[in-house]
Ligand binder design. Structure first.
Ligand code: AMP
Length: 279
């Protein structure tokens, strides 16, 4: 497994591959878990050569504290990447990516950026757009893999690629969960024991909401979910939305299509967790 910190080294290696080599790419922020590995395994199946990046992108954090406390487990990450036969790991510094200008560009994602996460995390998707575009320009993969765990991000990346006419297939991968249903996340590491024990309630509520979304309309369901969380002293609901998968615009009414999804963000103490479910 090759491990590079410099853009030039990555590009030289990729240039040296045979022309017909298909390149799969999985961008991450490290602190890898089985959710990340499921993306890499899918990329391995579908490509000749797989590149994984590990970069904690400063411009996508709306809270400095979250950036500083983001888990860093590089040695373990490299072991895990070897175990799934990753071909190349790119671990740049912030200077390598941004030079002396750690700022994000401003994007127009056709309104996708104003919904849900966009309302609560100021500048987040400009940061995501900036780093993913930069990484795509460096790696120029044929296929890039993103988790449905961050469903809004997945839709925004599809939009980014279409707008910039980048010849990259964006592939969404299913959410990988702990046995108790909690969506795997690097942030789960930072939960206290009590908050970790409370957190599976998030997915349980999404599953119940899915069942209820035949008899209740979206507005009624929102109120029902809000009430459910009032009985959970360790969990603080930030939002629950039902939205169209393509536009991410909220739905007020009853179920009308197969392409509707429920989205949730919850604080478990200081740790913010997100999840979603197809309805
Ligand atoms: P992150 O390191 O959190 O930026 O995540 C890197 C990629 O892994 C993103 O495309 C995430 O959506 C994806 N990912 C994170 N957690 C999961 C999960 N539990 N299941 C599937 N994909 C995930």
């Amino acid at each position: 497994m090759l491990v590079f910190a410099k853009i030039k080294s990555v590009q030289e290696k990729l240039k040296s591959l045979k022309k017909e080599t298909s390149i799969g790419f999985v961008p991450t922020m490290g602190a890898l878990h089985k959710g990340h590995l499921s993306l890499i395994e899918q990329a391995k199946k579908e490509n000749d050569f797989v590149v994984v990046s590990i970069f904690i992108n400063p411009t996508q954090f709306d809270k400095q504290e979250d950036l500083i406390n983001y888990p860093k487990t590089i040695e373990n990450d490299l072991d895990l990447l070897k175990s799934v036969s990753c071909d190349l790991v790119f671990i740049p510094t912030a200077e390598e990516i941004y030079a002396n200008n750690i700022t994000s560009s401003s994007f127009d994602f056709n309104g996708l950026e104003y919904q849900m996460e966009g309302k609560f995390r100021d500048g987040h998707f400009n940061g995501v757009g900036t780093i993913v575009k930069r990484l795509f320009e460096i790696v120029m993969p044929h296929n890039a893999y993103f988790g449905e765990k961050d469903f809004q991000q997945l839709q925004i990346i599809k939009n980014l690629v279409a707008q910039n006419q980048m010849p990259i297939n964006i592939i969404g991968c299913p959410i990988f969960r702990e046995n108790d249903g909690l969506a795997m996340s690097s942030r789960n590491e930072r939960l206290t024991t009590a908050h970790r024990a409370a957190a599976p309630f998030i997915y349980k509520t999404l599953q119940k909401a899915k069942v209820e979304f035949g008899t209740k309309n979206a507005d009624e369901l929102k109120i029902w979910v809000e009430n459910e969380f009032k009985n959970q002293p360790l969990l603080d609901l930030e939002y629950f939305e039902i939205a169209d998968e393509d536009t991410l615009i909220s739905i007020q009414d009853i179920k009308t299509s197969q392409k509707q999804r429920a989205f949730i963000a919850v604080f478990a103490g200081k740790i913010r967790l997100i999840d979603n479910i197809s309805l």
